[in-house]
Every structure is written in structure tokens, then in C-alpha cells.
Design a protein around this ligand. Structure first.
Ligand SMILES: [Zn+2]
Length: 433
């Protein structure tokens, strides 16, 4: 079982060595056949409760530059609670796809969703089409299959597509290694920094990016990342904290106490966030919140947040990026959740760093040494080994993680485990190769 994957890399290696030049040229011509170098943003709300959801169209918007890949248009990784599928309307050929998750989907697992209907703003990005496209938004069901939730034909000539330019804030290149089509572009947005604190924002960002560049695997891939800063001040310092009756006038309306969890820092003002992010070319949004409190949040291809001045802030920065960029799951158990409530235990969850052991070969069986038992005992002997340790993804039973401790499990370590590392490298490749 553990060595079943051993022969595969040989075939893969030959494949990758022989094919990239022609594949890449064809993929680029595919891009230029279907798209121009701008972004189409589709805004909608999802409303509902624990069991149901309805999509409601809000607007279409054109944003200045397409920062994503022009060679890897179809998402091969298949992560996230949702995916956007873009078809050429005439041929019905799939021309673009990406996975993502959302705050609404997280809220659906909270007790409040059992007694209340709520509505959340969401957005998806795609390259701007040359011809009419059919955009389909799909949601992942518990059994891991996808179901269509929304469909819209978009004619690029439609004069209702909002072409308003982004606000006129100055944009700084904190780290720039070249063409956004071939880099992971991270835009850092300031939240709760006043005009007088813009220099603090710049210095804070330098500190975070320096730490990021020292953290493997990012340390070895430094030149694959661009970091952009949008110099946009808030009226007041800090952020909201409803539990302490603290309310601040800030640009992006972030708040602690998301879903009544004191340290869970998010924003529901996705429209304001996207509008501000559009000032720079970007793939990932990082919101840096000017406070010394502990907290943060990260949702896959949605946004990242962390705070500026808590002693653990740097570690939180890379952990949340693991969620929002890498689609990595938390490798810890939380409370006494029933695993069957959150997972279909007869299927593999989509996150690359947790497993139900239903199809372990599709996860990281190839990284487990022959003499390491699976499931792996919680004993000193296996503390530094890759295996399958019970307790991950917020549940203590029946869901397994790769190592005893990883950056996706605790702040005690500053390393991503070998499984998370491999997965992050694959994700960087998706943006850069
Ligand atoms: Zn890990």
C-alpha cells in the first residue's frame, strides 16, 4: 500500500520534460483566443441557512489587469467548497476554472445557521472574455461531488458591465520579480491604519514579507512572489471587537468575534475589499489589521487576514496563507465535533493535508516510510515521522493529519510539514509554470 505510487513519478518526469514548450505555447494561444488581459469580476450574494442556499446576482465589473496565469487556465487541483466554470458559449468548451471557498459556507456549519437565514457578499474573478461565455458556479456536496448553483451568460459587449476605475490610491511594489502572469501576486491591504500610520503600514509589511521569505517552502521560491501595497488610510486605528463594545471607522470593516469566536478576524465587506484590491494586479488578498491583539483568518482564494503587532502575528501570517493560498486544512481538533457532521467518512476530504484513509494513495501514502504504521501511534518514536495521526480538520476522531506537529496545527513550530510543503509547491507551480 505504501509503495504503490513509487513507479509513477518516473512516467510523470518524462511527461513533464518532453511536453512543456508545446503545451505552454498552445495554452497561451488558448488564452488569447478567448480572453483579453483584463479581469471580469462577478459579484453575487449567497443567502440561506444550514441546509439551503440561493445565489443572487449583484453585478459584473471589469478590473484593470488580469494577474493570473495565461497558461494554466483549467484548475487541475480541484480544491475548495466551490468552483467557477467558464465555458465558451458557442462551442461549450471549458475555457477557465478555479476552486474557492467562502465565509458563507463556514457560517453554514455554525449553530446560528440552524435558526436564521443570512446573506453574504461573494465574488469570483476570471479573465475578461472576447466572446460570450457561460459562467457556472458550482458547490461541493458533502459526498465531494459538485452541483450547479448558478449560471449566467456574459456578453462582453453588455454595457452594464461596470468599468469604473479603481480608487486613486498610490500602489507600492514591496517585492517585484516580474510579470504578474508568471508570479503569485499578493496585494496587502491596510486596515485600521490612519493617514499618519501609512509609514507604519509600510514597515509592518516589510517585516511580514521578510519573515515569509525566510519560511520554507516560500524561502526557496522567493522569486515566484510579488508583493504589492495599496496605501489606503482608514479614519481610525484598529478594528471592531463587538465582545468588548469596540467599534472603529475603518476601510474594510473587519471585526473580531466572527461567528462569536473572539480571535476569528474577518470582514463581510467583500465588495470594499475587492474594490480596493483592484488597485494592484493580484492573485491573493492579504488584509493587515493594525492591532496588537491575537487573531486572523484565511479562506481559500477568498482572502487572508492577520494582525500587525501580536508576538505571534508573523506565524499567523504564514498559517493563514496556508489556508487561503494553499487550501490547507487546520491540522488540529477543536471542541467535540462529531466527525460525521463535518465529513462524509466514506470519501476523502478535498484538502490535501487531511485524510479519512479511504483513498490514502491519493493523498500522501508515497511520503510514508515502510516501517511507519498507518494509522500512526501517538508515541515519541514517530514524533518526527510522516504518517497518519488521528485528529485533524477540527475533529479528534477518524480524520488524520500527516505529522505530529505542523504550522497548520500549532504555533509551536514554524515549519510546514512535508505534505503541506509539497502541496504549497504544487500551488506555486500553478501560478508560475
Ligand atoms: Zn501539514
Amino acid at each position: 500500500m505504501l509503495f504503490i505510487m513509487k513507479k509513477r513519478p518516473v512516467y510523470l518526469l518524462i511527461f513533464f520534460i518532453l511536453l512543456p514548450p508545446s503545451l505552454s505555447a498552445k495554452a497561451q494561444s488558448d488564452f488569447h483566443q478567448h480572453f483579453i488581459n483584463r479581469t471580469l469580476r462577478l459579484d453575487y450574494t449567497q443567502s440561506g441557512n444550514a441546509n439551503t442556499s440561493v445565489y443572487n446576482f449583484e453585478q459584473l465589473k471589469q478590473e484593470p489587469q488580469w494577474a493570473g496565469s495565461v497558461t494554466q487556465l483549467i484548475d487541475p487541483l480541484n480544491y475548495g467548497q466551490y468552483r467557477v466554470m467558464v465555458y465558451d458559449s458557442a462551442s461549450q468548451q471549458l475555457v477557465y476554472s478555479r476552486g474557492y471557498s467562502s465565509l458563507f459556507r463556514e457560517w453554514q456549519d455554525t449553530p446560528e445557521a440552524g435558526r436564521l437565514n443570512r446573506s453574504f457578499y461573494e465574488t469570483v474573478l476570471m479573465p475578461f472574455p472576447k466572446k460570450t461565455i457561460r459562467v457556472v458556479l458550482e458547490k461541493r456536496l458533502k459526498n465531494q461531488s459538485f452541483k450547479k448553483g448558478f449560471e449566467l451568460y456574459v456578453n462582453p459587449k453588455n454595457y452594464f458591465i461596470n468599468k469604473e476605475k479603481p480608487r486613486n490610491f498610490s500602489v507600492e511594489k514591496l517585492q517585484h520579480f516580474g510579470n504578474p502572469h508568471k508570479k503569485v501576486d499578493v496585494v496587502i491591504l491596510p486596515e485600521g491604519y490612519t493617514k499618519k500610520e501609512m509609514d507604519k503600514f509600510r514597515k509592518d509589511c516589510k517585516r511580514f514579507v521578510q519573515f515569509f521569505n525566510q519560511t520554507p517552502p516560500f524561502s526557496k521560491r522567493k522569486k515566484d512572489f510579488n508583493f504589492w501595497l495599496v496605501m489606503a488610510p482608514s479614519e481610525e486605528t484598529g478594528t471592531d471587537s463587538p465582545g468588548e463594545n469596540i467599534w472603529k471607522k475603518t476601510l474594510l470593516n473587519t471585526s473580531f468575534y466572527t461567528f462569536d469566536s473572539k480571535r476569528y478576524l474577518t470582514s463581510q465587506d467583500v465588495k470594499a475589499i475587492r474594490n480596493l484590491a483592484a488597485c494592484a494586479p493580484y492573485d491573493q488578498i492579504y488584509i493587515l489589521v493594525n492591532t496588537d491583539r491575537y487573531g486572523g483568518g484565511g479562506i481559500y482564494n477568498y482572502y487572508n487576514l492577520c494582525t500587525s503587532d501580536h508576538p505571534l502575528s508573523l506565524k499567523v501570517f504564514t498559517h493563514e496563507f496556508g489556508h487561503a493560498f494553499g487550501s490547507l486544512a487546520d491540522e488540529y481538533a477543536y471542541g467535540h465535533s462529531d466527525p460525521a457532521r463535518l465529513y462524509d467518512l466514506s470519501k476523502e476530504p478535498y484538502e490535501p493535508n487531511i485524510t479519512t484513509l479511504i483513498d490514502f494513495n491519493s493523498k500522501w501514502a508515497d511520503l510514508v516510510k515502510k516501517n511507519t504504521p498507518v494509522p500512526t501511534p501517538d508515541s515519541q518514536e514517530y514524533r518526527n515521522k510522516v504518517g497518519a495521526f488521528e485528529g485533524a480538520g477540527y475533529v479528534s476522531k477518524k480524520v488524520y493529519r500527516p505529522v505530529w506537529d505542523c504550522k497548520m496545527r500549532s504555533n509551536d513550530t514554524n515549519s510546514f510539514c512535508p505534505v503541506c510543503t509539497r502541496s504549497l509547491n504544487r500551488m506555486i507551480d500553478l501560478y508560475t509554470k
